[in-house]
Write a protein that binds this ligand. Sequence first.
Ligand SMILES: *Cc1c(COP(=O)(O)O)cnc(C)c1O
Length: 394
Amino acid sequence: MTERTFHPPQRTLMGPGPSDVSPRVLEAMCRPTIGHLDPVFVAMMDELKGMLQYAFQTNNQMTMPVSAPGSAGMESCFANLVEAGDQVVVAQNGVFGGRMKENVERCGGTAIMVEDEWGTAIDLNKVEDALKANPDAKVLAFVHAETSTGAQSDAKGLAELARKYNCLSIADTVTSLGGTPLLVDEWGLDAVYSGTQKCLSCTPGLSPVTFSERALEHIKGRETKVQSWFLDLNLVMGYWGEGAKRAYHHTAPINALYALHESLLILKEEGLENSWARHKHYHMALRAGLEALGLEFVVAEADRLPQLNAVKIPEGIADAVVRGKLLNDYSLEIGAGLGPMAGKVWRIGLMGHAANAKNVRLCLSALDNVLSGLGAGHSRGAAIEAAEKVLSAG
Ligand SMILES: *Cc1c(COP(=O)(O)O)cnc(C)c1O
């Protein structure tokens, strides 16, 4: 036989996710598997839930990881909140807003789209106009951190608009959780989903979600059953709910939950504010270097996500050649453009464990070498020099 044990290469992951996983998290995953109803496991789940509430800055009882990737967290919010015939205002400024539209329609709802140019933040005035024009709308859905473009939108302002027009809010925070400020309770968000493989430094495959009391009331008042049995919160809470009897719903991904527990512990040890500040600091260093390479950011400064740096590919430089060389010669992964931005931009992630000085230096020196090898005219060494100035200042 030709099959052998699989040994992946050691990469540095600076794309749109997955990002570098902390060795502590990988080690946690290797621990012995125990039963998902074992009292020791259940106690770990309670702790995990408390740390997720911290990460989301919420007291919502309905806070837990869905046993599937971020896309399932998205689906869980829409499937529970949207019923056939409902109108949902969806703000779209990138790829993920488009998936929200798909979700609304597959729930039998009507999506009222408010579109903004890719690479810009969501325009609150346009959203307010749509809410005014559609008084029957029940939900406002938007992406806080658009990973496809690197733009951050005003989640607080959008949550306020939802309340003002008597809508529930659904927020995609897959890339924002742990990386930039996200205050679920203070901002009044209702249904929020995230992912583990972006700024939480964890492996992919779980989707933390949190639901406000208002959202739960709405779900309880539904006229029809949630069409997805697996994602129906009324059932899932029998396993994850407070004081729940921990009845069997599905077999929890035990070892993946050890990993999430460890990654949240790391976040708590560092402190949320410190984690936000770290992402910002290394972003400023990377940015100084990228600009010294002559690379231009897609998103205006005020709306930029520190953890996702989208830059335009210079004229005459072949996207795939550069990413191929970075991967083969430096074992470094950066992200390609998505949808209409394919071939036009690179997306350089600085997420979670990957947001560190070593990665900034590796990425800049690798790009410096690869781009000059392809004839780019920047001055060699300037990128690292620019980044070092920022690094030594912080
Ligand atoms: C990555 C991502 C998702 C999807 O998460 P998966 O874990 O890949 O399913 C959804 N929304 C945003 C903004 C993302 O960045």
